[in-house]
Design a protein around this ligand. Structure first.
Ligand SMILES: Nc1nc2c(c(=O)[nH]1)N[C@@H](CNc1ccc(C(=O)N[C@@H](CCC(=O)N[C@@H](CCC(=O)N[C@@H](CCC(=O)O)C(=O)O)C(=O)O)C(=O)O)cc1)CN2
Ligand code: MET
Ligand SMILES: [Zn+2]
Length: 784
């Protein structure tokens, strides 16, 4: 503990942020890395683009008021994902990728790194899953008893040196060792009962080595992100996690003395540390960053904090509403009562989850724009609050007044409250949430739809080709008339229908060519939402989304999808599945108003969807899929908060889908595989058919479903569409074989893991052909 007594760091008096967007305001990194993947540029070109982007970020952050000399500027760059980066730094490349590591340098090049992320040839990619309760995805590390940890890549040191050479003393950001291991899965072949966290003692020396190297390069602070400690959903009991936390930071901070190591800031974004806070405060780390937007403030002083910097995360890194600066200053005053050596202003999470700059949205209504803060505005808020904290509220009186005025304006602006929407919701009876007996529905649907056993279908989208995107961009710019644009989309639907008929699929889709994104599209067609032009946020790797802003009461001014689905149905004798995005997912992938409970907002969206489904049914569409891939994502990280969430989320889905006749088949689709824990909620949705991701985890998901005796239709994905790999017919046959062994064949559907929008036809056509051929093989094995 000797090191902490020599700490005299004042922390970050000008404020700090936990991280900043990495893809660039015009998605520069996405463009650079995708052209490398396409073989059009070299790894050096990508490195140069990345270095330019890092320089731009640092310059911008200094301009916005962060201090370039006290390590308040984080360095959190990544080519794809920070969890994969951590694995690469500590040498934990799964054995199956060992051939990608250069035997002389012991390093992975950008091509090898990309292969782990995306797969290539026979190399299946690492598993990908959601990062806490966000729409960001990380690559799951694979750790076994024999994984050799070594300091394999000094990229964090090189990036620190690069910044220093440009006059900016950055704070390198790394995924902390405890979170890294808690998020990892046991490598294939690990013995029963083995858990990656068992390897903590072997991993810590590598982190120590890295910290030592960073200190030698001149780093004064390093940030280690430990969000696993705010979540009960991670695969460890909280006592185990806390024990690991104490072990880790006793070793890294207590046993390793400064200046051999930099000061350590342990960050706990996304929620509340709970009992982990006093435990962490008892170690010799130099700073703790708390999420004071999602988390609570302890009631009084915390023992151990008196030697530490407390970074008070009062500016929301997860949403885009302008901060209530007065309330944030109150919170900072309260944070001062915890007894820390000093309090610095911070963001609650990295700013990775918000777009760059609200000033880059010229088309946004100016009234709405005044309510918003994107990453750059949030850095400004941090600087203002730091000023107010240091010099008193009078010093920032103008900014406080502007913040209160924006809030007051938000409360009273037209459209924020629409009485007719509120009255319709208040008048709903219990009946609006129930569909009636499944067995009767199943019989009515079977009689109407006449499908073969193991019906084949897709999840909705077909490839978003460059031509489709160009047309949409031209239409948005006014260069292509609406008439021409819609004619092109109808021609695309015609092609997609013909292809599905040729391949022999049983339930057809229209392919969603007219949608820029499954949430943004609906937001653009509903009242109460605003869409952005440049508000890109990284979702995974090079893939980005522009989350819409849900600012007012939601209503549907006119049918949205009906004409597209009806047109599709006119082209084929096969059943056509209508395609909507569910209320929970629309909320999860938007920036949602924070002035009323999420459940109320969800029900407003649900009513709009209920009307859309009624119109689809009236237009003769017999199957409607309502996607809820984000149902798991919004699940609160603390177990105590989960039942209330599951209650409103499931109810809103039922409100959307319960208005139909019993012979109308409702499908839903959920991505991601850890559904064991929400199996009851999936059951509660009461959908007739549910498709889920299963291929990347080799159908492991079927076990909890079979154990729970799940009673309705289920379509475990047999093709991992997140990878450009084409699965062989044999591979699909094997996955389907596994499925029929655990799920009753009459409830089993055959489909890919997810939509095909990110894929190319050269992958889609053979993969779907393999899927249909494999289905025929497996059908032949079924008892008559
Ligand atoms: N919101 C959301 N979250 C989600 C998913 C999802 O589908 N939506 N799926 C899961 C996985 N995440 C994903 C996230 C993004 C994408 C994706 O494909 N994103 C696209 C952008 C989609 C989009 O907004 N497309 C627009 C804009 C396309 C574009 O880049 N246009 C060019 C111009 C066109 C040209 O000349 O090529 C430009 O703006 O520069 C459109 O089609 O209209 C990308 O990164 O490339 C896929 C999956 C989980 N979370
Ligand atoms: C992320 S879930 C995607 C569902 C949507 N229907 C699609 O096929 O793209
Ligand atoms: Zn999906």
């Amino acid at each position: 503990m000797s090191s902490s007594t020599v700490t005299s760091t004042p922390g970050f008096p000008g404020g700090t942020i936990l991280g900043y967007p990495r893809v660039g305001p015009r998605r520069e990194l996405k463009k650079a890395i995708e052209s490398f993947w396409a073989g059009k540029t070299t790894a050096d070109d990508v490195e140069q683009a990345a270095a330019a982007l890092r320089t731009r970020t640092r310059t911008r952050l200094v301009e916005l008021g962060l201090d370039p000399t006290d390590a308040s500027i984080p360095s959190n760059f990544s080519f794809y994902d920070q969890v994969l980066d951590a694995a690469v730094v500590v040498g934990a490349v799964p054995a199956r990728f060992a051939h990608l590591v250069d035997p002389t340098t012991g390093r992975l090049d950008l091509a090898g790194y990309s292969t782990i992320a995306r797969g290539a040839g026979d190399d299946l990619p690492a598993e990908m899953t959601k990062w806490f309760d966000t729409n960001y995805h990380y690559l799951v590390p694979e750790i076994g008893p024999d994984t050799v940890f070594r300091f394999a890549d000094d990229r964090p040191v090189r990036e620190f040196v690069e910044a220093l050479a440009q006059g900016v003393l950055t704070r390198p950001v790394l995924v902390g060792p405890v979170t890294f291991l808690l998020l990892a899965k046991a490598a294939d072949g690990a013995p029963e009962g083995f858990s990656p966290i068992d390897r903590l003692a072997d991993l810590l020396p590598v982190y120590a080595e890295l910290l030592t190297a960073l200190a030698a390069a001149g780093a004064t602070w390093v940030q280690l992100d430990e969000p696993a400690l705010v979540s009960d959903s991670i695969d460890a009991t909280s006592e185990q996690a806390i024990t690991a936390l104490v072990q880790a930071y006793t070793a890294l901070a207590g046993d390793l003395a400064k200046p051999t190591r930099p000061a350590l800031l342990v960050a706990a974004p996304y929620g509340d540390l709970g009992a982990a806070l006093p435990a962490l405060a008892g170690t010799a780390v130099d700073g703790i960053a708390l999420d004071l937007v999602r988390g609570c403030l302890p009631a009084g002083p915390v023992a151990g904090l008196e030697t530490k910097v407390l970074v008070a995360g009062v500016v929301d890194g997860h949403n885009i509403w302008r901060a209530d600066l007065g309330a944030a200053l109150d919170r900072l005053d309260a944070a001062r009562t915890l007894g820390a050596a000093s309090v610095s202003v911070g963001t609650s999470t990295s700013l990775l989850h918000v777009p760059h700059d609200v000033e880059d949205e010229p088309a946004l209504d100016p009234t709405l724009r005044a309510w918003l803060a994107f990453a750059d505005q949030k850095v400004g808020e941090v600087a203002t609050l730091a000023h107010g904290l240091a010099d008193g509220r009078d010093a920032v009186a103008d900014q406080l007044a502007a913040s209160s005025a924006a809030l007051a304006n938000r409360r009273t602006a037209p459209g924020v409250v629409r009485p007719e929407v509120r009255e319709r919701l208040a008048g709903l009876s219990d009946e609006a949430f129930h569909r009636g007996d499944y067995a009767a529905r199943k019989a009515a649907q079977a009689a109407k739809l006449q499908l073969p056993p193991l019906p084949t279908t897709t999840i909705g989208s077909f490839p978003q080709t460059p031509e489709i995107r160009k047309s949409r961009a031209a239409h948005a710019k006014g260069e292509l008339s609406t008439e021409q644009y819609e004619a092109e989309m109808r021609a695309e639907i015609q092609r997609v229908v013909t292809l599905q008929e040729e391949i022999g699929l049983d339930v057809l889709v229209h392919g969603e060519p007219e949608r820029n994104d499954m949430v943004q599209y609906f937001a653009e067609n509903l009242d109460g939402f605003a869409a952005t032009q440049n508000g890109w946020v990284q979702s995974y790797g090079s893939r980005c989304v522009r989350p819409p802003i849900l600012w007012g009461d939601v209503a549907r001014p006119a049918p949205i999808t009906v004409a597209w689905s009806a047109y599709t149905a006119s082209l084929t004798a096969k059943p056509v599945k209508g395609m909507l995005t569910g209320p929970v997912t629309i909320l999860a992938w938007s920036f949602v108003r924070n002035d009323q409970p999420l459940g109320d907002t969800a029900n407003q969206v649900a009513l709009a969807l209920r009307d859309e489904i009624a119109d689809l049914e009236a237009a003769g569409i017999g199957i409607v899929q309502v996607d809820e891939p984000a149902l798991r994502e919004l699940l609160p990280l603390r177990a105590a908060d989960q039942p209330a969430y599951l209650d409103w989320s499931v109810s809103s889905f039922r409100l959307a889908t319960s208005g139909v006749r019993k012979d109308t088949q409702i499908h839903t689709h959920l991505c991601y595989s850890e559904f064991g824990e929400i199996i009851d909620a999936i059951d509660g949705l009461d959908a007739d058919v549910t498709s889920i991701e299963a291929a990347r985890s080799k159908m492991e998901i079927l076990e909890p479903i079979a154990e729970a005796g799940y009673p309705r239709g289920i379509g475990p994905g047999v093709w991992d569409i997140h990878s450009p790999r084409v699965p062989s017919e044999a591979e699909v046959t094997e996955l389907l074989g596994a499925a029929v062994r655990s799920i009753a064949a009459h409830e089993l559907w055959v489909n890919p893991d997810c939509g095909l929008k990110t894929r190319r036809y050269q992958e889609v056509t053979p993969s779907l052909e393999h899927m249909v051929a494999a289905t025929k093989t497996v059908r032949a094995t079924l008892p008559a």
